[in-house]
Design a protein around this ligand. Structure first.
Ligand code: G6P
Length: 360
């Protein structure tokens, strides 16, 4: 590859740092001459015609899809289902009358996703691919493509593609919502700009996250991420990052589900990282933190400015509540990075994993 790491020790760290720039590139790429967000009219029309959207993806792209569902349902008022590509064939959902399929794939080459694309195209349905790679297989075989503009992602663990996917999904949702005249208070260009600046702040605060990794994950065998609502989805991604590169057993849990089983796993010293960025669940996620603390967990709250944050380990800069995944994921990416580094793991090329998996 002719992509260089420059002064960075790893591609993953470089790619984490590129996220603010990628945000700004995406804003530019999707603006018209008047500064308004736009997407190709055919795609907007396909969104407006759809009575239900089926998002299909794998891995990190699936986690971006979970956030995308919230964005599309809130901003465009179209119902969305999110499916793991590898499961879709066995558990084919009963489709609505006018489905639209959205494939999210950084590489555009994932075989599991492609198998579903081929199938739904055979059935005569319309498909949109959201990918980082122009001309990739999923891009060529779908009816339409939206590009991530994230630049090549080399590290196996996906970082900048995840935030780029969420930003592009937000733009898609917002443009469709505007075309449908769904009322909103969201000025997305402005809010994505604010998120990009918040990302800068976080990328400049690496020591704080290296410290968390050193303090919470030195010799641990497991780690839990908890959150509610949109924070839960980001917790799933944080757990995946940690598993992929540090080989620490990690799981993301919905705060409310803890009491239904997983709390049994908490013992003295178990690290629990809680995300608390959403006003409507702020009290309940903090109650979960108390519950696990009572059972000995070593807890770390990452919250957001504007909420009641006294005593929290890290307070994120404030961004629009629908866009918090863009920034709350960065501490989790960096915690995973430093945990892997401290363990002497091969950060960019973790064992048993491939950047794009072209077999089913
Ligand atoms: C592989 C990678 C993951 C990635 C997944 C989906 O398993 O290791 O990081 O999230 O594939 O890849 P895609 O290119 O379809 O987004």
């Amino acid at each position: 590859t002719d992509i260089e790491k420059g002064t960075y020790p790893h591609f993953m760290l470089k790619e984490i740092d590129e996220q603010p720039l990628v945000m700004r590139k995406i804003i530019q790429a999707y603006q018209d001459e008047n500064g308004r967000l736009q997407i190709n009219e055919e795609i907007t029309n396909a969104m407006l015609k759809a009575d239900r959207i089926y998002i299909v993806a794998c891995g990190t792209s699936y986690h971006a899809g979970l956030v995308g569902k919230q964005l599309i349902e809130k901003l465009a008022e179209i119902p969305v289902e999110v499916h793991l590509a590898s499961e879709f064939g066995y558990n084919m959902p009963l489709l609505s009358k006018r489905p639209l399929f959205i494939f999210i794939s950084q590489s555009g080459e994932t075989a599991d996703s492609r198998a579903v694309l081929v199938k739904v195209k055979e059935m005569g349905y319309r498909a949109l691919t959201i990918t980082n790679v122009p001309g990739s297989t999923l891009s060529r075989e779908a009816d339409d493509t939206l590009l991530l503009h994230a630049g090549p992602e080399i590290a196996v663990a996906s970082t900048k593609a995840y935030t780029a996917q969420i930003a592009v999904l937000a733009i898609l949702a917002s443009v469709a919502g505007a075309a449908k005249r769904v009322p909103t208070d969201l000025d997305l260009v402005k809010e994505l700009g604010i998120a990009a600046s918040a990302m800068d702040t976080l990328c400049d605060a690496k020591e704080a996250f290296e410290q968390i990794a050193a303090e919470y994950l030195p010799a641990t065998i497991n780690c839990f991420f908890i959150g509610r609502s949109i924070d839960y989805f980001v917790g799933l991604e944080g757990a995946l990052k940690l598993k992929e590169i540090s080989y620490i057993q990690a799981e993301g849990f919905a705060g409310g589900e803890l009491k239904h089983g997983t709390i049994a796993l908490i013992e003295k010293g178990t690290p629990v990282i809680a995300l608390a960025t959403q006003t409507n669940v702020n009290g309940s996620i903090r109650a979960n933190v108390k519950e696990v603390e009572t059972r000995g967990a070593h807890t770390c709250i990452i919250s957001m400015k504007g909420l009641d944050t006294a005593g929290d380990r890290y307070v994120l800069p404030h961004v629009h509540e629908l866009l918090t995944p863009l920034i709350s994921v960065i501490p989790l990416q960096l915690i995973a990075y430093y945990a892997a580094l401290h363990r002497g793991c091969d950060v960019d090329k973790p064992r048993n994993l491939a950047k794009s998996v072209t077999v089913e």
